[in-house]
Design a protein around this ligand. Sequence first.
Ligand code: 1PZ
Length: 213
Amino acid sequence: STDDQEFCLREVLDVFKSCLTENKEVVIDNYVAGWRGLVRFMNSLGSVFSFISKDAVSKIQVMVNYRNGKNGEQYATIQSMVTYELESELVDLAKRGSFPESGCRTLLRLHRALRWLQLFLERLRTSAADSKTSVMCADAYNESLAQHHPWIVRKAAGVAFCALPGRATFFEVMNVGPPEQVVAMLGDALPLISEVYQVTEDLYAKHNLLNLP
Ligand code: 1PZ
């Protein structure tokens, strides 16, 4: 869908579904497209979130630049990227050095954020009508991304969470239909997001890349 069309979270989550090939490789173009949609959704929630979306956008851009660069073919899937960057020694493995924006470390940040999304949407899906989105968001964050963020970022994120709209408004902004339909849509989409997450997690674990600086 293009920018002038009405926003619908179902379409965004469908893009993640299209990330996995038959042999369980993660297609970077689709992964990035999914992230673009999420950013658009986040921006529609208000400007408090722009420091978060700016960082996501810059990481998306790093990946797009690799795809458009002379070695773009090597960046077709996360698997091919990992193989290529490791074999060509293009990754800072232990501390930041010559490759501060390797594809591997950049994608790892988005990958960790995907875990937050998975936890948050799962909470949203199973929440009661009077549940607080800010609390669900903070719980999901503390369980995932927060462990990788310094104090100052955690503090700023905490402030932003308080500006989240309530559950009812949040569901409306998703533009999927009545709450029951949102819940059903999330139930369909979450296993697929989880699979993309798990495939990436296993790949990074296998190559010992989960703590890239
Ligand atoms: C809908 C509400 C949105 C809540 C989003 C929850 C995530 C909060 C993250 C706040 C941190 C943003 C500031 C940037 C931090 C960066 O330092 C880190 C590490 O990158 P490095 O410094 O190592 O290059 N960046 C990240 O961890 C990536 C964060 C991406 C967040 C994307 C959220 C997507 C939300 C989708 C909305 C449905």
